[in-house]
Design a protein around this ligand. Structure first.
Ligand code: IPD
Ligand code: CA
Ligand code: CA
Length: 255
């Protein structure tokens, strides 16, 4: 199967899964704490992940899969096709709000961010990009957001990071036009991608960043660690996704 066929099959699958996920929120499901009461996993997260991983293996049999809830492979090298899956991003919102949660899937080929999908499930909006082929929301081409600096931007910073008082996070928030927090990396990234926010700053695991990174980079946004290095796809990173001006403003503040 070529990449074009894989791309359309993933788009179809993620939309169907989104509709099923929304439906399952109305039915009964199990909720468990992972490392504490702020970190949940539900039976829907687990079922979604098994479903996505199975579909990906059907479409792309020689690939490897990194997925949050542990049904994927044990991947230590970014060689060949590596898929990265977050079966529900914003599980707390899924449980408590029934909105602001996403399904995220990405494909990295030999380490190169290649395909990225973020489905805003509650709104049935699909953001996706293919490296070199453009970025889209519901089939409409997205343009590079205006290059606004920190002072002219609304920004989003992970709540835990702000509470930790780490680095100059508070100063960054103070320099910005306003601070917003949604509790889903995927949904927050869609707002940076569309220019509704100028910056997302958070401590992110591979599956929190992988899909958004493909889309953001395709739109000429900056995706980097706060120290300016390139995020390692296989580890957790303190990452910013921002306009170039906002990224420069942050480097001036931090360094
Ligand atoms: C979490 C959400 C949250 C972010 C956390 C993520 P999950 O994902 O994206 O906004 O702050 O870092 O772990 O656990 O709901 O998939
Ligand atoms: Ca998740
Ligand atoms: Ca996540």
């Amino acid at each position: 199967m070529d990449l074009e066929e894989i791309d359309s099959a993933i788009q179809k699958m993620i939309r169907q899964l989104g509709a099923a996920t929304k439906q399952r929120r109305q039915e009964s499901f199990n909720v468990k704490e992972k490392i504490g009461f702020k970190d949940l996993v539900t039976s829907v997260d687990k079922d979604n992940e098994q479903f996505i991983d199975r579909k990906i293996k059907e479409l792309d049999p020689d690939c490897q899969i990194i997925s949050e809830e542990g049904f994927g492979d044990d991947v230590s090298r970014l060689q060949g096709h590596v898929w990265i899956v977050d079966p529900i991003d914003g599980t707390m919102n899924f449980v408590e709000q029934q909105r602001r949660y996403a399904i995220m899937i990405a494909l990295y080929i030999d380490g190169q961010p290649t395909l990225g999908y973020i489905l805003d499930v509650a709104n049935n909006q699909l953001y996706h990009a293919w490296h070199g082929h453009g970025a889209y929301v519901d089939g409409q081409k997205l343009q590079q957001p205006a290059d606004s600096g920190l002072h002219d931007s609304l920004v989003t910073i992970n709540g835990g990071l702000i509470l930790s008082g780490r680095g100059q996070v508070r100063q960054i928030a103070e320099q910005a036009r306003g601070l917003r927090m949604y509790g889903s990396a995927g949904i927050e990234l869609t707002d940076v991608i569309t220019g509704r926010l100028g910056l997302y700053l958070s401590w992110l695991k591979p599956w929190d960043l992988a899909a958004g990174r493909v889309i953001a980079e395709e739109l000429g946004l900056v995706v980097q660690n706060v120290d300016g290095s390139r995020p390692d796809v296989l580890s957790s990173n303190l990452v910013l996704v921002a306009t170039s001006q906002a990224a420069q403003d942050i480097h001036q503040l931090v360094n």
